[in-house]
Structures are given as structure tokens and as C-alpha cells.
Design a protein around this ligand. Structure first.
Ligand code: DON
Length: 611
């Protein structure tokens, strides 16, 4: 175990000396833990060393948009105030993020949009990327049999078929009310006129310089031809503005079959990538039935609505909530509570590794995995006192509740590098329509390639099982053969946009970036709101932890209390400090007043704006 002995313990020894000091100690212990500064901030994704932790969520009577960037949240509000609904606003936010948060917001990535309309209808827009038609199972294996992990994470060969424009158009056409040109107007303005580079963006671009400078268009646009952007500089993106204008005129057809498609495919072909005009013309976003599950707790009936495969997120969240349904959860400063959740995550991730994949290509035993009777079996394997060892925990067998489905074989764990990025946002409008959306180009700045049309390309091919026996490069995730590369297939995702109802009414919207940590961060926010009854902002501020089965490590944020970490280590957990886990942009609904409670994540300066 490796964790830092923080200032609080030193203060404890000092304070034992006098009653005044004892009072000081009590105040310290009662203070919200996040006020301790992280000792080793990870600045890769542009986060702050010392975020300001707001005490309360932003309240608004009608509508709320919470995203990573104030300019994107404002874009959503602008569309709402012009009469657009939550889906129109969500599309506006997404296009704006493609301009102001280039590390994660995108045109050429993919994601999942969960919609719940005020009339109760729900829907999941699956705009996950697919493997190009010429992709093969072993495309990243060198002739000597080793994995070329770099090829799966940087440059043209790491690019899966872009899905975002198709997904946003499908959502707007199906559930929106405004014209595409109208909802894209804020993004076009931001790209054309430029916007002031924030400290966060300047730091993030500096961290990404080694990757971005390898590609000429990326170097020219995002590194000013080799000179870094300083906070306060203006970032104008004329090529992106022109692409956005063409899409606003021609719709998704322009991106997939028009000039944008032709230029992109030709460029990729010249540079040795796989993506073709046919891949672009053939891409289809899909509308899927979201996953749902019900729980009774705190005198209410709750219903969780979340993303189905090809995301593992909804299955993982519901399986975890089912396992935890019978456990008493007290607070995040209670080691017993953290132990229950960590042991649950260990088992959920073992199942993820064995069973989850694109349901259009493999049988995923979803029904079994989210069956409460299956959860009861798994709960029985948890020792309430001691940590299990992941070397002895294997995927469970949900087939009795599902139908036959053998685990396809889990793989050993590997390294878990830092710095990737994705972006989640939540929107509620005055009528009560709600959208939770998570989208990504996978790594920070995706493949690091910017197309001549001014947009960054994803490196989502690394979310496949790139080589049986080897964990994926970015997240060290163990995944099964069912997630192997095949043409047209969607790689398994962890993105988990989730909506919670309380007694049939909209109650909470949540989701996060963070690769596998998406699942933990989203689960913790749901438990904080539903099981622990925390105020919306407190639910987001609370120190986070993460377990993904392999490697057998309980990661805790720098703000996680040291004494509690020691207690968990004494139970046998391999506790390790790390930087921030996730970036949850959530909205709660006050059950008394129906006010919208915007809870932006201060870790990377999210922005909640309402009216
Ligand atoms: O779909 C997934 O699970 C990953 N591509 C998400 C990547 C991610 O969250 C990186 N961000 N921190």
C-alpha cells in the first residue's frame, strides 16, 4: 500500500495537547475532506491543483445546463431561451464543446445520449464509433507477434468511424424542435470569432504538445506552429468554422457523404489509415432501449435509467446497485461503506471483462447480469470484513437468470497510464425534458490528428481488445474476446449517462469521463444522492475511489481521508492515491420546489448555468 500521510494526521498529534486544539481538531475532522489540497495533482487533462469547492449547487427555477465549459453551458442556455427543448440545447452544447474543449468535445468521435422527455418516454441514442470495413482482428499485432499499442492510440490507424455528427442529428431530428443551423449557431460563432484560452485549456494543450506536434494541422491550430497558447490568447478555428457551416447547411449527410467525407477519407488514405468513404457513408447511429432498474430506499421508489451495451456502463451500475441494495451504506467517511462498494466494483468489473461487448456481434447476458437474484449470489461472495483478492475473484455465472452464455475468457491486467479525456454534460429544460450525454474521442485530443477540416480524429480503436492476452493501452482494461476487432463493430465503452427517477419523477442526471473510472464516479454520485441523501453539490465534491478488479488496487483521490485509507488497508485493500477520478456534471431536482440544482464538478472547473 502506498498513500501519503497528510497534514490532518500531523495536526492530530499536535492538537491532543489542549482543549482549544481539540476543538480545532474536531472542526477539522468535520470539515469536508475536499478542502485538503491534492499533493500531486495530475495536470494532464487541465485540472486545477486546488479547485474551489462550492458548498452548494447552483439553483434555478426552470432550466439548467451543466458541462465542463462555461461557454458550452451558455450555448445550451441560449438555445433554451430561444424556445428549444433539452435535446436542442444538448446538441448545441455538444457542438460548442467540439470548439471550446478540443481534448474531448468533438465532431469525429462518439458517445451515448440518454433522453427522458417530460411525458415519460426514454431513449438512448447510441452514436458509438465502429471499426472500419478494412479493420481486422489482428491489425495492431506486429509480425513478431507483439502488440503495436502506439498504432492503436495515436495517428491515422487508431481512428474508428466517426459517429458524433450522425448521433447529434439523429437526436435532434427525433426529439428536438429547432433547425440544425439554429442549434449550431453558438458553436459556429465560437469557432469563427474565437474565444479566450482559459488556464485549463492552456495547461491541457501544453500537456498534449508531444502528441499534437507530430501532426501538421494539429501543430498549426493547437500549438500556434510550435508556440504554446497562453491564458487569455484567442483561439480562432476558421477551418472548423467552415466545416460546421457546411454541416449546418447540409446536415449529417455533408459529414458522411459530402465534401467533408471526401476530404477526410482521401486524407486518411494518403496517410495510411483505414477509414474510407464507404465507411463514412455507411455509419448509422442507433436508437436503443435504455436499461432500467428499480430500488426502494429512504421511503421512496427509485428508478435508474442508463446506457445499454455497447456501453458496459448501465449494466455495471445496475449490477452494482443490486449488489449494494441489501448493504447498509452510512457515509463516505465510513470505511465499512467504502469496503462494500469497493468489493462490489471488483466483482462488477470481473463480469465486465468476461461478458460485455457490442450486442450486435455477441450475446451479452444483460438480463442475467442485472437480475437482483444474480446480485444476491455475488453479494454472498463478499466478506464484510476483509478485502477479497482479485486473483481469486472470477466473473460470476448469470446464465441461470439469462440463458446460456459462457465467459469468453478474461485477460491479465496491465499498466494504467493517465491523461485521457472524455466529457459529460446534463441538461434539464423548463418543461422537465432531460438529457444526459457523454461523448469522447477517447484519449485527450484523440489520435492527436486534426483533419484538414479543423476537427480532431478519435483513437477509439484502442477500446477494442486489441490483442487477446494484453490489456488495452489507455486504461489497462482486461476485456474478452467478444470485444475483439471486427469490421462494423462497436468497441466496448464505459460511458454511463444516467437518469434517476424518484417516485416516478425526474430526480438526478449524472455521468462522467474517466475510462473505467466513469463507472465508479457515476455510481458514487448515484449512491450519494439516492442512498446517502446528500445535497447535490456535496455528492459531487465527495472524495472518490475506484476499483476495476485488475489490477487489484483500490485507488483513492488525494482528498480521501488518510485515517479511513489506513482502515481500508488494514482490511487488506491495496490502497493507492491518485489524482482526480472522473468529472461528474450533474443536475438534481429539488423534490419540494422542483428547482434545478446544477452540480458542476470543481475538479476540472465544470460550469452550471441555469435560469
Ligand atoms: O468509451 C470509453 O469507455 C472510453 N473511450 C472513454 C475514454 C475516457 O473516458 C477518457 N477520459 N478520461
Amino acid at each position: 500500500m502506498r498513500f501519503k500521510f497528510p497534514a490532518i494526521a500531523a495536526r492530530l498529534a499536535f492538537c491532543i495537547l489542549s482543549p482549544v486544539a481539540a476543538l480545532f481538531l474536531l472542526a477539522l475532522l468535520a470539515a469536508p475532506a475536499p478542502q485538503q489540497a491534492p499533493a500531486q495533482p495530475d495536470l494532464q487533462a487541465g485540472e486545477l491543483a486546488q479547485p474551489a469547492w462550492p458548498a452548494q449547487a447552483v439553483r434555478a427555477p426552470k432550466a439548467m445546463v451543466v458541462s465542463d465549459e462555461a461557454l458550452a453551458s451558455e450555448a445550451g442556455i441560449e438555445i433554451l431561451k430561444k424556445g428549444g427543448n433539452a435535446v436542442d440545447a444538448a446538441v448545441a452544447v455538444a457542438f460548442a464543446l467540439a470548439v471550446v474543449e478540443p481534448a474531448a468535445g468533438n465532431l469525429a468521435g462518439g458517445g451515448f445520449m440518454l433522453v427522458r422527455l417530460a411525458d415519460g418516454r426514454t431513449s438512448l441514442v447510441d452514436y458509438r464509433e465502429t471499426a472500419p470495413g478494412r479493420a481486422t482482428r489482428d491489425m495492431y499485432i506486429r509480425s513478431d507477434g507483439t502488440l503495436d499499442a502506439e498504432a492503436a492510440t495515436i495517428g491515422y490507424r487508431s481512428v474508428a468511424v466517426p459517429a458524433t455528427v450522425a448521433g447529434l442529428e439523429l437526436a435532434r431530428r427525433t426529439y428536438g424542435t429547432r433547425k440544425l443551423s439554429e442549434v449550431m449557431a453558438p458553436a459556429i460563432r465560437l469557432a469563427e470569432q474565437g474565444f479566450p484560452v482559459s488556464e485549463k485549456l492552456a495547461r491541457s494543450l501544453r500537456a498534449a504538445r508531444p502528441r499534437l506536434q507530430r501532426f501538421s494541422v494539429s501543430r498549426r491550430i493547437f500549438l500556434k506552429d510550435g508556440e504554446l497558447f497562453a491564458p487569455g490568447d484567442t483561439l480562432r478555428q476558421p477551418e472548423l468554422a467552415a466545416t460546421l457551416r457546411r454541416i449546418a447547411r447540409g446536415g449529417a449527410a455533408e459529414f458522411y457523404r459530402g465534401r467533408t467525407a471526401r476530404e477526410l477519407a482521401d486524407e486518411v488514405a494518403r496517410m495510411g489509415g483505414l477509414l474510407t468513404r464507404e465507411d463514412l457513408a455507411g455509419y448509422q447511429a442507433k436508437i436503443r432501449e435504455p436499461l432500467r432498474a428499480k430500488y426502494k430506499t429512504n421511503g421512496s421508489e427509485w428508478e435508474v435509467i442508463s446506457a445499454p451495451p455497447p456501453s458496459s456502463g448501465g449494466v455495471a451500475i445496475i449490477e452494482a446497485l443490486n449488489i449494494l441494495a441489501a448493504s447498509e451504506l452510512k457515509s463516505w467517511s465510513d470505511p465499512q461503506t467504502v469496503h462494500w462498494v469497493a468489493e462490489t466494483l471488483r466483482r462488477v468489473f470481473a463480469d465486465r471483462a468476461a461478458y460485455l461487448a457490442d450486442p450486435d456481434f455477441a450475446h451479452v447476458p444483460v438480463r442475467g447480469l442485472i437480475d437482483p437474484r444474480y446480485a444476491a449470489q455475488l453479494r454472498g461472495t463478499i466478506d464484510p470484513e476483509r478485502a477479497s483478492s482479485s486473483s481469486t475473484v472470477r466473473a460470476g455465472d448469470p446464465s441461470a437468470f439469462d440463458g446460456p452464455a459462457a465467459p469468453v475468457g478474461a485477460l491479465p491486467a496491465g499498466p494504467r497510464p493517465e491523461g485521457a479525456h472524455t466529457t459529460h454534460f446534463s441538461v434539464v429544460d423548463a418543461a422537465g425534458n432531460a438529457v444526459a450525454n457523454t461523448f469522447t474521442i477517447n484519449d485527450s485530443y484523440g489520435s492527436a490528428v486534426t483533419a484538414s477540416g479543423g476537427f480532431l480524429l478519435n483513437d477509439t480503436m484502442d477500446d477494442f481488445t486489441t490483442q487477446p492476452g494484453v490489456p488495452n493501452k489507455l486504461f489497462g482494461l482486461v476485456q474478452s474476446d467478444a470485444n475483439a476487432i471486427a469490421p462494423g463493430k462497436r468497441p466496448l465503452s464505459s460511458m454511463t449517462p444516467t437518469i434517476l427517477l424518484r417516485d416516478g419523477k425526474l430526480s438526478f442526471l449524472t455521468g462522467s469521463p474517466g475510462g473505467p473510472r466513469i463507472i465508479s464516479a457515476t455510481l458514487l454520485s448515484l449512491l450519494s444522492w439516492m442512498r446517502l441523501g446528500m445535497e447535490a453539490q456535496a455528492a459531487i465534491n465527495a472524495p472518490r475511489f475506484h476499483h476495476q478488479w485488475l489490477p487489484d488496487t483500490l485507488w483513492i483521490e488525494e482528498t480521501f481521508p488518510a485515517l479511513e485509507a489506513q482502515e481500508l488497508a488494514a482490511r487488506g485493500h491495496n490502497v493507492q492515491r491518485r489524482s482526480w477520478i472522473g468529472q461528474v456534471e450533474a443536475i438534481g431536482i429539488d423534490p419540494q420546489t422542483s428547482e434545478r440544482l446544477g452540480a458542476a464538478d470543481p475538479r476540472r472547473q465544470g460550469a452550471a448555468i441555469g435560469y
